[in-house]
Design a protein around this ligand. Structure first.
Ligand SMILES: [Zn+2]
Length: 200
């Protein structure tokens, strides 16, 4: 009797655990704030540093902040030049004759140290490296570490790239990450099918 009575509770607990896991996984690659302690970005050029000691040199961008495509900070300047140039061309087309809002980056190039920090956070949350590897990539396995991926900050730009990005070869890669773009086709080509599991 005890085992049958406790079953619904176990199911409820595992559902709660799964949604926690999902929200943490998204936080690793998400432009939405996730509670990381950080100083606000400063226009005065002072170094931004996270609670974990990550800085501009790691490509660290505080939650809630974003960078324009002409930023000289490493998160943008160390992106693959082809990716950056495709994004700038898309931005020009998006803005047209107006000087509307451009494309801003919530996450771009990341150091391996930064990626390992995200992985270590995932290990803490999931309890094992094996489980964490299902959700967060390690080191240069991440397209962000290779400078080949950006997470778009602005919803309007995200929407524009989702509609027209393939004109410049820009594709949404993961079905559950509307913000994560990589060069995945020739300009004007068709984007490959989106992968269901985002762990960029
Ligand atoms: Zn991403």
């Amino acid at each position: 009797m005890h085992s049958t009575a406790s079953r619904p509770l176990r199911v409820a607990l595992s559902v709660a655990a799964a949604s926690l896991v999902l929200s943490v996984a998204l936080a690793g690659c998400s432009p939405t704030p996730s509670g990381t302690l950080a100083q606000p970005a400063s226009a005065g050029g002072s170094v931004t540093e996270s609670a974990a000691g990550l800085t501009d040199d790691d490509g660290y961008i505080p939650d809630g902040s974003s960078l324009p495509l002409d930023s000289d900070l490493p998160a943008v300047s160390r992106l693959d030049p082809d990716l950056l140039s495709a994004l700038k061309d898309a931005q020009d087309a998006m803005q047209g004759d107006s000087s509307g809002p451009g494309i801003t980056i919530a996450d771009g190039w990341r150091s391996e140290r930064y990626q390992e920090h995200l992985f270590a956070q995932a290990v803490q949350e999931y309890g094992s490296e094996e489980e964490a590897e299902k959700w967060v990539k390690r080191g240069s396995d991440s397209a962000h570490v290779r400078g080949e991926a950006v997470d778009i900050a602005d919803a309007g730009a995200m929407d524009y790239l989702n509609r027209y990005g393939s004109e410049w070869g820009l594709c949404q890669v993961y079905a559950n990450e509307a913000w994560h773009f990589e060069l995945r086709t020739e300009p004007g080509g068709d984007c490959p099918a989106q992968s269901p599991d985002g762990r960029g």
